[in-house]
Write a protein that binds this ligand. Structure first.
Ligand SMILES: Cc1cc2nc3c(=O)[nH]c(=O)nc-3n(C[C@H](O)[C@H](O)[C@H](O)COP(=O)(O)OP(=O)(O)OC[C@H]3O[C@@H](n4cnc5c(N)ncnc54)[C@H](O)[C@@H]3O)c2cc1C
Length: 393
């Protein structure tokens, strides 16, 4: 039997066992726990860490079968933890850290958030100013983060902070996993254009972090952040949904309720073809991807997804006609997961953020130009200067 056939057989056997012993529509935490224990969480992770140590391409087979059986998807309840926190801890964490964090992250019992962006550091996240000072066997953190998705429900946050302002910006950063319930952590909701507050500002005032919650070595913050960021782009743009589902599926539903003229049909079909091409490209990328950190293909997928989504929802709104202007409520809600929103009007407004979150489309184009096309890089004049000597507003 070839390796691939043997791996497929193992996955099928574990799936049969999971579905025979646990109700996919029953208790969510219990089902996710069993999925993790059987190695069907992140199939490429080692045994004991939610995987089987086999090629990541098998995850598509697993997700497809579980979706057909009516099981929920863990990313829905912990989108940042599942797509970004877990692979970062997997690659850079110690055995003890993996054993402590991965299972409750997968089951959704402990939600994660990402504390990278600051008021003065978004696209240039390596310019961040939040300070972490060593104090014996702990660190003390002071500073402000912003746009922190799901901070209001998070137990853990992936925090990058500056441990040494005297070093050049990339070298002076260290990566921590911070307990969001620790003293001195204050979460202040920020309202978005949709009316919801899905993200917050997070303030740290003398917040202690045990050194055991540092990820990687002191000074490795930038290298580890890249793992998180590359996975973020795949998590946002590289998902492989069933054919004709997701935003384009929603636009087709709008068409069924309110069909437009021939020109509108033509536009819908073009968008459908583009969405299918992006989906097939993502399938190929997922199959080719080796274990570890994805490369620039994640940034390309993210760019395509962000721009295409905006055009799909624009067309759906055009099809709806005057009804597209009716917004049912502008109450400020703080969503606990990403399972809810189905209103095209809100999805249209929310899609504006797709080309900002996880790196803007301009930054994705820079990555594409430099790392895929080999074009000359941007001038980076502050790269070798001590961070403290770089002028900033
Ligand atoms: C819905 C949403 C959720 C988010 N969630 C999180 C989160 O959970 N955690 C987190 O840490 N962050 C989060 N962010 C923040 C996000 O990562 C940043 O907004 C993004 O990286 C852009 O940074 P900025 O807002 O500071 O804009 P800036 O970096 O100030 O950019 C402003 C404009 O300048 C352009 N620009 C900047 N530099 C260049 C360049 N070199 N070349 C060309 N153009 C350039 C940008 O494309 C943009 O148009 C979220 C953002 C949104 C919208």
């Amino acid at each position: 039997m070839s390796t691939t056939t043997a791996e497929q057989a193992l996955v099928s056997e574990r799936l049969d066992q999971l579905l025979a012993e646990h109700d996919p529509q029953g208790d969510r935490t219990e089902f996710f726990g069993a999925q993790f224990d059987l190695g069907l969480g992140w199939v490429d992770f080692p045994e004991g860490s939610g995987g089987l140590g086999i090629g990541p391409g098998h995850q598509m087979q697993i997700n497809h079968r579980l979706t057909e059986a009516g099981a929920p998807h863990p990313a829905t309840y912990n989108i940042i933890g599942y797509g970004m926190g877990a692979p970062t801890v997997m690659v850079h964490g110690t055995d003890e850290q993996r054993a402590r964090w991965l299972r409750p992250l997968f089951t959704g019992e402990e939600v994660w958030c990402q504390l990278f962006s600051e008021p003065g550091a978004g696209s240039d996240v390596a310019g961040l100013a939040t300070r972490a000072l060593r104090d014996g066997d702990q660190w003390v953190v002071n500073g402000q983060k912003v746009w922190t998705t799901m901070a209001h429900v998070a137990k853990w946050g992936m925090l990058v902070a500056r441990h040494d302002p005297g070093l050049p910006k990339h070298a002076g950063m260290t990566y921590f996993i911070v307990d969001m319930q620790a003293p001195g952590v204050e979460v202040r909701p920020l309202r978005q254009a949709t009316g919801e507050a899905e993200f917050s500002e997070v303030y740290f005032t003398d917040t202690p972090i045990p050194d055991t919650d540092r990820l990687g070595e002191v000074g490795e913050g930038w290298r580890i952040s890249l793992t998180t960021l590359m996975h973020e782009r795949v998590a946002i743009g590289g998902n492989v949904l069933p054919r004709g589902s997701g935003p384009i599926g929603e636009a087709v539903s709008v068409w069924k309720d309110a069909p437009g003229d021939d020109a509108a049909r033509d536009k819908l079909m073009r968008l459908w073809a583009e969405a299918e091409a992006a989906r097939l490209t993502n399938i190929r990328a997922a199959q080719l991807r080796e274990r570890g950190t994805p490369g620039p293909e994640g940034s390309v997928a993210k760019l395509v997804y962000a721009e295409l989504n905006k055009r799909i929802y624009e067309h759906a709104m055009d099809l709806m006609g005057p009804a597209a202007m009716l917004y049912d409520s502008y109450e400020m809600a703080m969503p606990e997961d990403i399972s809810g929103e189905r209103d095209i009007r809100k999805l249209f407004v929310r899609a504006r953020a797709n080309s900002i979150e996880g790196g803007t489309s301009e930054i994705m184009k820079n990555i594409l130009g430099e790392r895929v096309l080999g074009l000359p890089g941007e001038p980076r004049v502050d790269k070798d200067l001590p961070w403290s000597d770089v002028p900033r507003s």
